[in-house]
Design a protein around this ligand. Structure first.
Ligand code: ZN
Length: 567
């Protein structure tokens, strides 16, 4: 795998070689040579179109909610969060940062657009184009910056098998792997990234000293300690226990998505946000109807006779103030569930955090243009953010409805997830969507949702389907959307006009079709039928030519926002 050597390493080595013989060819200055080297890199010709996929958008929050103390704490949190960028540059691709710095010095007219796109992607690889390079010809290393560049999965596995006493350290989510001669060495993150972590810990400790909220103080001081000890258990628990605080931060190594070699190593990231208390009260209102929704599900009682356990993780609605590290590149996170540590999950549970202002920005920059392009003008006018947000909340709540456990014909009792195996994710996501939509008329009757919102609910839902289909129909959410879309079209709940190439909701059929589809999923889950799940997915899980064409039409609309933080 030596050919994995990155282009920039070659570039730097070439620069050094040239420097070594510069007395012979002293005709060029160092700067000119660097410019020549940069100009010789291959560049994707369609950089403007790639940049246009991200709409620069200022992410603002309601600053008037903060008192003087909270403002000071927030400033310190953002100061700590910034250092997650510095670590993440090293983790995602060790050559990205030197390339960016070289480009920043260049005055070539082609540079600014490429530099901008490097900042969007945190490196020279287009994350929305299968990580292919858009400048230079190097390929992204599957092990990113976590492993030696030439390490293969087989070598790592063989080494771990031959050194069982080092297995835990080598496979830890919090170590980087380095070569020492013939040996592989696990270097703890708190040593590998000590410089950045020490500065971040100082800022967190200062925030902890300023705040007068006892739970926030305990969390911030412990998190500062944990960043330097590489053991996050105590502060993860304290994060779950936070109470009555307005400002909040999540900071540390969490997700393993960057590690495409072994899927073991976590990337550093941070979210700084303020809790939206008004919205959280609203969610409590929904939860009051949970049992009533369960009893009214449009299926036989055997498919809904379980008591609803409530939500897997409590919902928190927040306004994002800042993000950094692996939370920043390309597609912006609009919701997350943490922590990931299994021990903390078992003992304390998790929190689900909705970044409402980020969702709203995405809605304005992508869902509104989508609806203007593919819905009839009357339907497009009925697409609203408040309805969209309600649907996202209802989706989360409705995961809890129906049956969670089933008894199979042979008498064994297992979770629905285990029964439906690989079909479960798509079916479960689709169920949460459609049962959420089904619940709207009922919540209207109870006076919880205003009566005039029903048409908005259906059109906003239809617009949201195209947003999801754009991201691909193979992963769980996309496939879950496709099967609903095809079913509802078959039942003429959505009508397509080939002349205008636009869709509209059919008010005469939509309510019944939504109810029937909700029943389909609730029965598949309630029976725990792997065969029925597979049959439904293969019948409704195909993209037809019309839908493909619609998705193509959407290509010109930004895929996401590029966040600009006023800080
Ligand atoms: Zn879901």
């Amino acid at each position: 795998m030596r050919n994995h050597k990155n282009n920039l390493c070659v570039l730097i080595m070439t620069l050094l070689l040239v420097a070594g013989i510069c007395s012979v060819s002293a005709c060029k200055t160092k700067e000119t040579r660097e410019e020549d080297q940069l100009s010789s890199l291959w560049r994707a010709p369609d950089i403007a179109a790639r940049l246009a996929k991200y709409s620069p958008t200022e992410i603002t929050f309601d600053e008037s909610l903060l008192n003087e103390e909270e403002r000071k704490v927030l400033d310190k949190m953002v100061a700590a969060a910034r250092f997650m960028d510095d670590i993440f540059w090293k983790q995602t691709d060790p050559t990205g940062l030197p390339l960016m710095e070289a480009l920043e010095k260049s005055k070539e007219p082609w540079v600014p657009e490429y530099l901008h796109f490097i900042k969007v992607n945190f490196g020279p690889f287009d994350l929305q184009d299968e990580n292919k390079p858009f400048i230079g010809s190097a390929q992204k290393l599957p092990g990113a910056g976590f492993y030696p560049p030439d390490l293969t999965k087989k070598e790592f596995d063989d080494y771990v098998a031959a050194h069982p006493e080092q297995k835990e350290a080598l496979e830890s989510p919090y170590t980087a792997i380095e070569r020492k001669g013939d040996e592989l060495e696990a270097v703890p993150y708190n040593i590998e990234y000590r410089k950045e972590l020490e500065i971040a810990a100082v800022a967190l400790r200062e925030a902890g000293e300023i705040t007068s909220n006892p739970s926030l103080k305990a969390y911030l001081l412990q998190r500062a300690t944990d960043l330097l000890s590489n053991d996050y258990y105590k502060s993860d628990c304290l994060w779950i226990d936070l109470k009555d605080n307005l400002v909040e931060i999540v900071i540390g190594p969490f997700e393993v998505y960057e590690d495409n070699l072994m899927g073991l190593k976590t990337s550093y990231e941070s979210f700084v946000y303020i809790n939206d208390r008004v919205e959280m009260e609203q969610i409590k209102g929904y939860l009051d109807y949970l049992e009533e929704l369960q009893q009214n599900l449009p299926v036989e009682s055997k498919y809904k006779d379980q008591k609803v356990f409530g939500l897997e993780s409590p919902l928190n609605v927040v306004q994002q103030v800042f993000n950094s590290g692996s939370a920043r590149p390309a597609i912006q996170t609009s919701a997350f569930v943490l922590p990931n540590d299994e021990k903390v999950r078992e003992e304390k549970g998790t929190k689900k955090v909705f970044l409402k202002n980020v969702m709203e920005a995405k809605f304005r920059k992508s869902l509104i243009p989508i609806s203007e392009r593919v819905l009839s003008p009357e339907d497009a006018r009925r697409v609203t953010f408040s309805t969209y947000f309600n649907e996202l909340i209802l989706h989360e709540i409705c995961h809890a409805l129906g049956l969670n456990y089933v008894t199979l014909p042979d008498g064994t009792r297992i979770s629905v997830g285990k029964a439906l195996k690989e079909y479960n994710s798509a079916i479960e996501e689709a169920k949460a969507d459609i049962v959420g939509l089904w619940s709207v008329p009922l919540l209207m009757e109870r006076g919880f949702i205003p009566k005039d919102k029903e048409a908005e609910a259906y059109t906003t839902y239809l617009a949201g389907m195209f947003r999801s289909l754009r991201f691909g129909a193979t992963e769980a959410h996309g496939l879950g959307t496709l099967i609903q879309f095809n079913y509802l079209r078959e039942k003429e709940a959505f009508l397509y006009d080939p002349k205008t190439e636009r869709y509209r909701v059919n008010p005469a059929k939509i309510r019944q079709a939504v109810q029937d589809l909700a029943a389909e999923f609730l029965v598949i889950e309630g029976e725990g039928s792997y065969e029925d799940a597979g049959a439904f997915l293969s019948k409704y899980g195909k993209l037809d030519e019309i839908t493909k064409k619609t998705i193509e039409i959407l290509a010109e609309i930004p895929v996401d926002i590029e966040p600009i933080f006023p800080f």
